[in-house]
Design a protein around this ligand. Structure first.
Ligand SMILES: O=P(O)(O)OC[C@H]1O[C@H](OP(=O)(O)OP(=O)(O)O)[C@H](O)[C@@H]1O
Ligand SMILES: Nc1nc2[nH]cnc2c(=O)[nH]1
Ligand SMILES: [Mg+2]
Length: 185
């Protein structure tokens, strides 16, 4: 689905980050990651479901071998504010002992999901745990967790598309768009 197909949808405000800009930034991040992990094995951990698109495109932009595994956690339910409770819906299949782990996320908003997840994964004795997120909101800057790779710092608006949903809609939008405030305010 592209922005043209949703132009008539009153729920969407405007295209915020276009597909081409997302892909260009992911290529830059992939080059950085390939340099940083040269000669090391690398396990990408995608956070279902939001990070599916970032994971697929980042992994293919990497000019090296990587493994991929998935975890499903949820803290938002069907609303636009965090419930404050992170739940594991699906755990990893891989043993992390001695591995270099890079968590791949679509967005850091309150930071709750990733601060909880990094603590959880670090307890599994990996060689390292770092974070790559496509989007970061201002609130996350207050987080104690370091985020090594950030695609775009964005203001505090609710965004959808490219994996990001509102009540499970819009994940398959190729661009990232803002959701009109009347929908959720
Ligand atoms: O920094 P936070 O405030 O914790 O928010 C970020 C998280 O919220 C969304 O996931 P969600 O829990 O909605 O599940 P989903 O990935 O299945 O959409 C998003 O994909 C991040 O994982
Ligand atoms: N779709 C969506 N999910 C989120 N989870 C945390 N922040 C956001 C956001 O801005 N959009
Ligand atoms: Mg998520």
């Amino acid at each position: 689905m592209d922005a043209k197909q949703i132009e008539g949808d009153l729920a969407l405000d405007q295209t915020y980050i276009a597909e081409a800009d997302i892909q260009a930034r992911l290529r830059e991040l992939a080059a950085e990651i390939a340099r940083d992990y040269e000669g090391e094995d690398l396990l990408l951990v995608g956070v279902l479901r939001g990070a599916v698109m970032v994971m697929a495109d980042l992994a293919r932009a990497l000019d090296r071998d990587v493994e991929m595994d998935w975890m499903a956690v949820s803290s938002y339910g069907s609303g636009t504010t965090s419930s404050g409770v992170v739940r594991i819906l699906k755990d990893l299949d891989s043993d992390l002992t001695g591995r270099h782990v890079l968590i791949v996320e679509d967005i850091i908003d309150s930071g709750l999901t990733l601060s909880w997840l990094t603590t959880n994964l670090r307890s599994r004795k990996p060689a390292s745990v770092e974070i790559c997120t496509l989007l970061r909101k201002p609130e996350a800057l207050k987080m104690v967790v370091d985020v090594k790779y950030v695609g775009f710092d964005i203001p505090n608006a609710f965004v959808v598309g490219y994996g990001l949903d509102y009540d499970e809609r819009y994940r398959n939008l190729r661009d990232i768009a803002t959701l009109a405030p009347h929908v959720y305010a």
